[in-house]
Structures are given as structure tokens and as C-alpha cells.
Design a protein around this ligand. Structure first.
Ligand code: AOF
Ligand code: ZN
Length: 350
């Protein structure tokens, strides 16, 4: 199963709106005879790739799958039936399928006389597929807020200069994070002051994430680097914004609440477009709004061994004024990236 989880991870960033899934087939004597993972939506499911690789050797064997085999005919046929047809004797999966239209595979397999076990390495498999699972459960994409700051938590100096706080190694690591996400979101302030490009560079065969600029008053310049053709771009503006200076740019018009575009409105719309994971890249005001809306699931902070002593902090106002309201996090990983420290955390479950 650990091998199947590693295989599933190879699909990260290219399977949406579908999950990442890995599968390993063992023959009757327990040797690995087939491996597979889901590569892109509409393509064969992981089990089908693994069964094809195994051929006749699957008969009487065991299938390990990171997600309960599907029971439906969607873009492809039901994997439960494919496993039955291949003569598999035992199926072990990690996480049950929460997708109402695909669920029921375990039951179908049992009724066909196959020995079925669920829950093996469920926590690890869940972590590897967290974007898709979160989006099925909540009806919105999984959100990772990423920032780069000095050790004293500042993202720019008092005069606004900010290049480069973190190292080249950290900046390359951010491209990997982007490549694993379906969309990268920034606010119009960041788009204007930093003129970021936001496409993925230096990773072969990547599916470029959708670049999303939250730009209530349509202040994005037609010359902004984020509008080039390296990746698709969506500019999200108020219903009545004047965007005549952005011909040919794809716009999403959303209603305002108290003069702002709602975080959940934005996320619901991205979800409808098939976006399952969002990388929130800035700046502090937008990050504060996402945190205040309860819409940050994971935080990845790059901390550079640098001090500034003044300048804006990584997170803007998030509606927290007293220490008892502080958001407590669980650190899930901390590693050195070149000279910097990368800390990954999730919200503590109370
Ligand atoms: C996948 N890949 O390896 C497995 C999936 O759109 P369809 O017809 O391909 O069906 C997608 C659903 O099938 C998906 O939401 C999930 O519930 C189930 N299993 N999906 O894309 C796979 N095993
Ligand atoms: Zn399937």
C-alpha cells in the first residue's frame, strides 16, 4: 500500500477534477506483478493500469488500491467489475470513496465473493489525496496558503522592497508546490506591486495551474506578466467592474458583499470549474480574508534566516483580536530548503 500511495503521488497536479489513485497487484504468491496510477481525468483508473500490467498473473491475486474501487460507469467503466473479471481474490483499499456517484465498490466486490478489506494506511493515503477528498466533502477546493518571510515574520522591508527574502532553492520549491495545485490565487495588490508571472518553470510535463487574480475593480494592467500565454489566467472582478482595457482576458464577475468579493463565492466558482486545489500566494490582505473565512486548510511558510525588524507581516487582519481566539496549528513537517526553513502546518482540530 505504501508503494501504491507513492504511485498515486505521481498524478498530483494533473488528475483534477479526479483524485490521485495508485494501485499494486500481487500474484497468488505475493509478488508484485502490476503497478499503475491515475494519470489524467477521463483516462483509465489506477486499477485498470495495474491490471493491464499484470495480465493473467492477476488471477487469484491481491489488488491494493489507495481509494475504494469505483462502482460506476463514468468516463470509464467500473473498476469493481474489472477486478472481478480479472479473477482477483482479495482487494485491500485505504480510503472509502466519498463520491456518491462512484461509491459501493467494496460491497459489489464482496457480493462477488472477493475478500475485501478497507482502511489500510488510511491516514497516509488520505494525506496524499487531501485536495480531492476535501473538495468532495466541502464542495470547495482545498486551500494551501504559502508565504515567504524573514525569521521575524516580515514579507517586505518598511520601504516595500522584498526581493529576494528567501533563497533560490526555496523559490524552486514553490514551483513544485504550484505544479501540484490546480490554481494559484493572488490579490490585485500583489499583481500590481510584484508583477508576478505565476506559471510553473523548470518542471517537465507539468499541467500549468490556472492563474487567478482577485481584482475587484479591474485594476490589472493589460501588460501584466500574469496575462501572458504561458498558462491560463482568470481575472475575478466585481459584477459591474469596467474591464474594457482587458480585451480577450477571461473574466469571472462576482457580486460584492460589503465592497468585497466573497472568499466562498470565489472558491465555489473555482470548484465548479473543476479546481480541486488552490495555492494562495498573496498577499497578506487576501490571506487574512481567507483565514477569516475559515478557508485555509494548509499553511506552507518559507522562513529565511533574515531579520528586518519593520515591514508588513505575512498575514493581514483575520478577525482575531485576543489571544484566546488565536488559531492553533499542528506542524506536519519542517525541513531545511537550502539556507531556509520550510514549515508545513494544518489547523489544529479542537
Ligand atoms: C479516478 N481514477 O484511479 C479511480 C477513481 O470521471 P470518471 O468516470 O473517471 O470517475 C471518477 C470517479 O471514480 C472519481 O471521482 C472517484 O470517485 C472514482 N475512482 N477515479 O479518476 C481512479 N480509482
Ligand atoms: Zn475506477
Amino acid at each position: 500500500m505504501r508503494r501504491a500511495i507513492a504511485l498515486a503521488a505521481r498524478g498530483l497536479g494533473s488528475t483534477s477534477p479526479n483524485p490521485v489513485v495508485g494501485s499494486v497487484i500481487l500474484d497468488a504468491s505475493g509478488d508484485i506483478v502490476g503497478e499503475g496510477f491515475h494519470q489524467r481525468a477521463g483516462g483509465p483508473h489506477a486499477e485498470v493500469h495495474a491490471l493491464r500490467a499484470a495480465g493473467d498473473r492477476a488471477r487469484g491475486g491481491t489488488a491494493l488500491v489507495t481509494l475504494e474501487p469505483c462502482n460506476h460507469t463514468g468516463r470509464t467503466g467500473p473498476c469493481a467489475q474489472a477486478l472481478i473479471d480479472a479473477g482477483i481474490a482479495r482487494v485491500v483499499y485505504a480510503v472509502g470513496d466519498p463520491n456518491p456517484s462512484a461509491t459501493g465498490g467494496a460491497e459489489t466486490l464482496r457480493r462477488a465473493g472477493i475478500d475485501v478489506e478497507g482502511g489500510l494506511l488510511a491516514d497516509e493515503a488520505e494525506a496524499g489525496n487531501i485536495a480531492w477528498l476535501t473538495s468532495v466533502r466541502l464542495g470547495r477546493p482545498h486551500v494551501t496558503w504559502k508565504y515567504a518571510a524573514t525569521l521575524d515574520g516580515r514579507i517586505a522591508a518598511a520601504d516595500g522592497t522584498s526581493r529576494w527574502i528567501t533563497s533560490a532553492e526555496s523559490r524552486a520549491d514553490v514551483h513544485r508546490l504550484r505544479a501540484e495545485c490546480d490554481a494559484v490565487v493572488v490579490g490585485s495588490g500583489t499583481a500590481r506591486t510584484d508583477d508576478p508571472h505565476l506559471a510553473v518553470r523548470g518542471i517537465d510535463g507539468v499541467v500549468q495551474p490556472l492563474r487567478v487574480v482577485l481584482d475587484t475593480h479591474a485594476t490589472t494592467l493589460p501588460t501584466a506578466r500574469v496575462l501572458d500565454d504561458a498558462a491560463p489566467t482568470l481575472v475575478v472582478v466585481a459584477e459591474d467592474a469596467d474591464a474594457r482595457h482587458l480585451p480577450g482576458v477571461e473574466l469571472l464577475r462576482l457580486p460584492l458583499h460589503d465592497g468585497r468579493i466573497g472568499v466562498h463565492d470565489l472558491l465555489t466558482n473555482l470548484h465548479l470549474r473543476g479546481v480541486r486545489s488552490v495555492l494562495l500566494e498573496g498577499g497578506p490582505t487576501l490571506a487574512g480574508a481567507f483565514v477569516a473565512a475559515g478557508a485555509v486548510d494548509r499553511i506552507v511558510g518559507y522562513l529565511a534566516p533574515v531579520l528586518l525588524g519593520a515591514g508588513p507581516g505575512a498575514l493581514g487582519a483575520a478577525g482575531i483580536t485576543t489571544i484566546t481566539d488565536a488559531l492553533r496549528l499542528d506542524v506536519t513537517e519542517s525541513v531545511r530548503i537550502g539556507p531556509d526553513l520550510r514549515i508545513t502546518a494544518t489547523l489544529a482540530t479542537k
